[in-house]
Design a protein around this ligand. Structure first.
Ligand code: GLN
Length: 486
């Protein structure tokens, strides 16, 4: 049961071989049993929401949604009415939103059943989930290693099949990198595709909500229900809801796949290099044409991102002042110390570091040299992609230059930031991109998952998900479950 796809689970529900309570109950139990070892959830709802179950049941009977009755977790930065939304931070430890994020509401309307909230790096800043204010998350494939971040709780929960689906968000790689580290599929749609209303903001021009699931078909089905214009988010694209179409065969005839060979040749990890090469070869065997592309400015992406994202975060996080919402310091003498103490005590180290970098980059005298320069680099990177996409339909490249690392291994921020070098370029360009599992390492470090990234043209989620689905019609990497969680 735990390894079924949405379509398979839906069939069981419709044919009454299982009912909605039993299906959600089964995964709720798994969340309870495995949360101690994985740390994947910040909140497991005590009870499964009765209204959601009723709605799911009605939807199943009406036969109007494949998603009806399918349980899921939301990353703990999606506001959930009446359920704590901490954003992995002490600052929001007791914040109970009075409304649902649009994405949450749309999935509930489609009949999905929310079991709880997934752990994450504080305010989505990080690539290891070690920056959660509550607990680190362990990678189900090797508990001594990180699951990636910032959507590491979502990724670990899906990898351990504590839930079949989890939402995530991706600003510079936070869906794709943890998906790769945990051996599952994760898609970040085009910027503007999914409403950001009710998502706690980190860097507003980059943040996008998306989906994590074992396979691409599941991601496509759930993402479809999240999309569509939302008047509550001014950056939500004025487009009708997108509808995923599952391809019938694995044939890739006519598809042009762009590859920047230098990215692959530069990989230091032999297993990642080999699996990436093999996966691209598989696309070729299925009929795709592999075309060499160049992304000349992509090397500057990490530097530009770590100016732009902190700049936006310094502004977004100024709202947490100890007055309007969030943590309020007790020992204060005046208004100034209320602000200072609340922020000093409420935010963790990584968040404070970024607020300071951002405030500095935006300050007069430095603005032109850093913020403006980074914006120009961002534009050049977008132009590189635009040019590449005149010749190819999708781009295939690595997700992470490294295998999942050990807890505490990356203590200096810079080496963690550098590990985002393959995910950040597509984020800066706002393009849809995903990570899919392509095998496991075989070296002495053990059996650790490896992912391949597929990047698509703006608003072409269909092509990257189709290629992933076709690849998954012929492979079983995405169906592997770590032994301790089978
Ligand atoms: N790892 C990147 C960072 O720390 C990306 C985070 C994200 O996508 N939310 O900013």
């Amino acid at each position: 049961m735990i390894n079924l796809t949405i379509r398979q689970m839906s069939e069981l529900l419709v044919s009454k071989q299982i009912n909605v309570q039993e299906l959600s109950g089964l995964f709720h139990d798994r969340c309870r049993v495995h949360n101690q070892t994985t740390g994947a959830l910040i909140t497991l709802n005590n009870e499964i929401n009765a209204a959601e179950l009723l709605n799911a049941q009605a939807s199943i009977e009406a036969g109007d949604s494949l998603l009806a009755g399918i349980p899921l977790l939301h990353k703990d930065l999606f506001c959930t009415q009446g359920v704590k939304t901490t954003c992995g931070s002490k600052m929001l430890e007791n914040f109970v939103p009075p409304y649902d994020a649009t994405a949450v509401k749309r999935l509930a309307d489609a009949g999905m059943v929310t079991l709880g909230k997934a752990n994450m790096d504080e305010f989505a800043m990080g690539s290891s989930n070690e920056h959660s204010a509550f607990m680190a998350v362990n990678n189900p494939w090797d508990l001594s290693r990180v699951p990636g971040g910032s959507s590491g709780g979502s990724a670990a929960a899906v990898a351990a099949r504590m839930v079949p689906i989890a939402t995530g968000t991706d600003t510079g790689g936070s869906i794709r990198q943890p998906a790769a580290f945990c051996g599952i599929t994760g898609i970040k749609p085009s910027y503007g595709r999914v409403s950001r209303h009710g998502m706690v903001a980190f860097a507003s021009s980059l943040d996008q909500g998306g989906v994590m699931a074992p396979g691409a078909d599941d991601c496509g089905l759930v993402l479809s229900a999240m999309t569509g214009h939302d008047s509550l988010d001014s950056t939500s694209a004025n487009q009708p809801p997108w509808q995923w179409k599952k391809p019938e065969t694995a044939d890739m005839q006519g598809l042009k796949v762009g590859v920047a060979s230098a990215w692959i040749e530069g990989l230091k990890d032999p297993d990642i290099k080999q699996k990436t090469t093999e996966a691209i070869e598989q696309l070729r065997c299925n009929g795709a044409e592999i075309i060499e592309i160049e992304l000349p400015h992509a090397d500057l992406a990490v530097s530009a991102y770590y100016v732009l994202a902190p700049a936006e975060c310094s502004s977004n996080l100024s709202r947490f002042d100890g007055v309007r919402f969030g943590y309020q310091a007790k020992e204060i003498s005046d208004l100034e110390s209320l602000y200072r103490q609340s922020r000093t005590e409420g935010f963790g180290e990584e968040v404070k570091k970024r607020i300071m970098i951002g405030a500095w980059a935006l300050s007069s005298g430095y603005y032109d040299a850093y913020y403006l320069k980074a914006q120009k680099v961002r534009r050049l990177i977008s132009e590189d992609f635009k040019k590449a996409f005149t010749e190819v339909d999708i781009i295939a490249c690595p997700v992470s230059p490294e295998l999942p690392f050990k807890h505490g291994e990356k203590v200096d921020g810079i080496s963690m930031y550098q590990a985002d070098k393959f995910t950040i370029p597509a984020s800066l360009a706002g393009l849809p991109c995903l990570s899919m599992p392509i095998g496991f390492s075989e070296n002495p470090q053990g059996r650790l998952p490896i992912g391949l990234q597929l990047i698509g043209r703006y608003f072409d989620e269909q092509s990257i998900l189709s290629v992933a689905d076709k690849y998954q019609q012929q492979t079983e990497h995405h169906l592997q479950v770590p032994e301790a969680f089978q």
